[in-house]
Structures are given as C-alpha cells and as structure tokens.
Design a protein around this ligand. Structure first.
Ligand code: NAG
Ligand code: NAG
Ligand code: NAG
Ligand code: NAG
Ligand code: NAG
Ligand code: NAG
Ligand code: ZN
Length: 432
C-alpha cells in the first residue's frame, strides 16, 4: 500500500523523536561514562572505603577518661563534644561522638580498664563499674552506638549506621584468678582480655619483667593456672590479647592456644625497641597462629622518645614492617586514644583515622582490598575464627572449675581480702 503524505509525516515524526531520544541517551551515557572513568581523588577513595567497610579500632580508653575525670557520671555529660571540658588526667580529650563520626569509625573495642592498684582489692568491682558506664553510654545514644559481641553483630551495627561497640578487658587482674568471673565477663559482652596490664597477675608475667634491670617476681611466663585461663578463653570464644605481656608469656600462649590471638595495641620492636612492642620472631609466630597485631599510636612506642611525638609517617613505618613479616592478613589498628597524653602529629584524635589511610594509599603499594583488611577485615576474621573454635571446643570441654592455689595468691599478697572458704584445708570461721 502506497504511503500517504499523512503517513509519511507521522513516520517522519516518530523517527525524529526516536533519534532525539537516542541522541539524549548517548549524551547521558557519554557524560556518565566520563564521570565514571575520571579517577577518584585519594580522599574520595578513602571515603568510599570507609562508607562500605567498618573501620574497627582495637583499643580506646574513653571509659577510663570518664572514670578518672567525671567519676563515671555521664547523665549530664555532653558526649558530642568532650573538648569543652577541662581534664586532669589526659590533655586534651581524643574521643567524642562528633569526632568519631568525622573519623568514620565503624566499630570500637572500648577498653575496660582500671589500674593495677585495684588488684586484690576492688579489681573486679572497678572493672564492672567500667562495663556499666559503657553500657549506659551506649544506651544514652542508641542512634549512635550499638553493642556487638560477634563479627556478624559488628557488620549489622555498621550497616545500620551505628558504631559497633565491643568490650575488651585490659588486665587479667580483673578476674581475680577466678574462672567464674572470667565467664561472667564474657556474659556481659567482653570479647577480649589483655592477660596483664603493667603488673603481673599470679598467673602471667607482664612486659616489665623483660627489662634488663627488672627485679620483679617472675612467673616465668604463664603458670599452669595461666595455661588453664587460655584454654577457658578459647572455650568461651574470648580473644587472648598479648599487648602488655612479657615475651615468655607470649611464647607460652603461642604454644597452647587453639585460637588466633590479638595484640590490641602494640607496634613493631624492630622499628622502636620498647618492650611493649612485638619482636620479629614473635611476629613470625603471629603469622603461624593467624593472629593480628593492631598497631598503636602511642608516641613512646612509635618513635621511642619522650620528647618527639612522631608523625603519620612513623606510624606507617610500623604498619609496613608488621605487614612485611606477618602478611596483609595480620595487621590492624589499635590507637589507644584517651589512654595517652601525647599523639603523633596528624593523628591527634579519633577524627584522624582517614588521614592515615590516605597516607597509606598514597604510598602506592596498598590496594583497596589491603586497606579493607587493615582497618577491620582482619579483626573480624580473627573474631569469627574464635567463635567457630569455641563452638567446637564446647562440644567436648567442660567449664573450668579449678581454683588457683593459695600459695600462688600469697606470693602476690592477694589473700588478705579473701575469705578462703573454698579451700577445704584452711580452717575458716564456721557459721552455726
Ligand atoms: C566544643 O566546645 C568547644 C568549647 O565550648 C567549642 O569551642 C567547640 O567549637 C565545640 N565543638 C563542636 C564540634 O561543637
Ligand atoms: C643486662 O645488662 C647487663 C649490664 O648492665 C649486661 O651485662 C647483660 O648482658 C644484659 N642482659 C641482657 C639480657 O640484655
Ligand atoms: C609446648 O607445650 C608442650 C606440651 O604442651 C611442651 O612439652 C613444650 O615444652 C612446650 N614448648 C615450649 C617452647 O614451651
Ligand atoms: C634500643 O635502641 C636504642 C637506640 O637505638 C639503644 O640505645 C638501646 O640500647 C636499645 N635498647 C635495647 C634494649 O636494645
Ligand atoms: C610501601 O612503599 C613504601 C614507600 O616506598 C615503603 O616504605 C613501604 O615499606 C612499602 N610497604 C610495604 C608493605 O612493602
Ligand atoms: C608482699 O608483702 C611483703 C610484706 O609487706 C612485701 O615485702 C612484698 O614485696 C609484697 N609482695 C608483692 C608481690 O607485692
Ligand atoms: Zn595499654
């Protein structure tokens, strides 16, 4: 059928419209394509990484700062801005909600800590007070913080735009040599325990016994009771933290642990020879154990100096050294904000984590996948492994019921504040 003029006009119009649509489509496509192929700046790359993957820091002492300065009173404390307060113990404050958000912190192990002077007195009480204050802090801002006790809970909290909040006990003195207390801490949500702080427990040696001139009583690493503590932590799925402990304690743990361990806040001894840092042969053991060293920003451990604060560059040197020995799977971040007086230049508070990542990306030998492992992927892997092994162990192991011996407590003068009713050979005041 021959086309009429009318038909030709209609078809012509349709073709013209289609051509227009095609042209617009191509233009949009080209523009979008161009936008896509424009390389992101390093800062944009960092933002993209942190928006999609949780940055999880291994150690932050905000709870301790709140105890030391505010006696754990948080009801009237402005947690969005801690810089407005005059502090006596740490100057200035490193942590508040505003700066956590600016630093795009996705998860935080909140350190539960009180000093060694509580040992044998109110260590357990004071550690529980610190758990309580952090639980109240989380509850006060449920839109910001969410408690997490497993790797999956961390991911869930992060995907709902919360800061996943985890607890780690800093110092085995918290459990007062009692497996009951260890288990109860687990139930309260604690997911790592640093075996010692800067004092021995009756069952584990701290780093200062490694000082050449040290005159401290020594356990020679872990005692038999200490080995049972590691076994029970493995059974529970509580991560063993080797920051602060003596070299021999580390060696003993590597010999018996069933699960990967962590160093929640330690750096590299070869870069700065402080006994709080990790020596190269220990790093080789971390690799075999599939554990992780979370690099700390403490200037004294970064640049081995009381006067020089160090820089991002110095922190990166520790990260690179540990990565080069343990591998990319075995390195993380554990700054120790609010636990220290000074910070490296450029890493002044929790808002500065992105600057460190920017620095590493600019070195050219850190891929996005490497960064994702460093900032949180690795610690999540270690948590997951501990969770799996705990499930396996619970099939055959029963909860530990042994008591520490009275002799072991007496060496450290730790019997005075106890009624020794659980020790049948000791005559206690009978109730009648
Ligand atoms: C926090 O408070 C201080 C002192 O009042 C003020 O200078 C600063 O701007 C505040 N910071 C924020 C983020 O509001
Ligand atoms: C400890 O120091 C003394 C000298 O003060 C030295 O002879 C000894 O070798 C040192 N020991 C170690 C383990 O470094
Ligand atoms: C490791 O443990 C085994 C037994 O559990 C023991 O025989 C061995 O001496 C330990 N090795 C070290 C280096 O402590
Ligand atoms: C640590 O390093 C400093 C400076 O490099 C050196 O003077 C000191 O002797 C070293 N200490 C140990 C225990 O190796
Ligand atoms: C990456 O490159 C920097 C600068 O060349 C170097 O110092 C660092 O050790 C390298 N990192 C690793 C993990 O090799
Ligand atoms: C225990 O007390 C005695 C006597 O006061 C003291 O000499 C000793 O150093 C103390 N031991 C410890 C580990 O504190
Ligand atoms: Zn510490």
């Amino acid at each position: 059928m021959p086309l009429t003029r009318k038909h030709r006009i209609i078809i012509g119009s349709i073709v013209a419209i289609l051509a227009c649509i095609l042209a617009i489509g191509i233009t949009i496509g080209v523009v979008a394509g161009r936008r896509k192929s424009t390389p992101l700046t390093i800062q944009e790359q960092v933002n993209q990484i942190l928006a999609n993957n949780p940055l999880i820091d291994g150690h932050n002492d905000w709870a301790w700062l709140i105890r030391a300065n505010f006696q754990n009173r948080i009801n009237d404390l402005d947690l969005f801005n801690m810089t407005q307060y005059q502090l006596k113990n740490t100057t200035p404050s490193h942590t508040d909600i505003t700066r956590l958000r600016k630093g795009q912190v996705g998860g935080q192990f909140w350190s539960i800590y009180t000093g060694c002077e509580h040992q044998g007195k109110d260590a357990t009480v004071s550690f529980m007070e610190q758990i309580d204050v952090m639980k109240r802090l989380i509850a006060k801002h449920p839109d910001i913080f969410q408690m997490a006790t497993t790797a999956n809970e961390v991911r869930q909290a992060f995907s709902s735009k919360h800061i996943a909040s985890l607890f780690g006990i800093e110092g085995g003195q918290a459990i007062e040599s009692s497996f009951s207390i260890l288990r109860l801490f687990y139930q309260m949500g604690v997911r790592y325990m640093t075996l010692t702080h800067n004092c021995n427990t009756p069952w584990a040696d701290q780093n200062k016994v490694d000082h050449n001139d040290s005159v401290l009583i020594k356990n020679n690493g872990l005692t038999e009771f200490g080995k049972r503590v590691i076994a029970e932590m493995n059974r529970l799925g509580m991560l063993v933290d080797l920051s602060h402990v003596a070299r021999k304690t580390m060696l003993d743990v590597f010999n018996i642990t069933r699960s990967p361990v962590i160093f929640s806040h330690s750096s590299a001894y070869t870069v700065c020879n402080h006994t709080r840092n990790v020596q190269d042969d220990i790093l080789e053991l971390v690799k075999i154990n599939q554990g992780i060293v979370m690099v700390t920003f403490v200037p004294g451990f970064i640049v081995c100096s009381d006067t020089n604060r160090g820089t991002i560059d110095d922190v990166a040197a520790h990260i690179n050294h540990i990565r080069n020995i343990v591998g990319i799977e075995g390195v993380g971040l554990g700054a120790d904000y609010d636990g220290i007086q000074k910070t490296p230049v450029g890493l002044e508070d929790v808002s500065k984590f992105p600057k460190l990542i920017e620095y590493l990306l600019s070195q050219g030998n850190w891929t996005h996948d490497d960064i994702i492992k460093l900032i949180g992927g690795n610690i999540l892997r270690v948590m997951e492994k501990n969770e799996q092994i705990a499930q396996e162990l619970q099939k055959t192991m029963k909860p530990e019921e042994n008591l520490i011996s009275i002799n072991e407590l007496e060496i450290y003068n730790l019997t005075q504040c106890r009624n020794l009713d659980m020790y049948p050979t000791i005559v206690t005041n009978a109730t009648s």
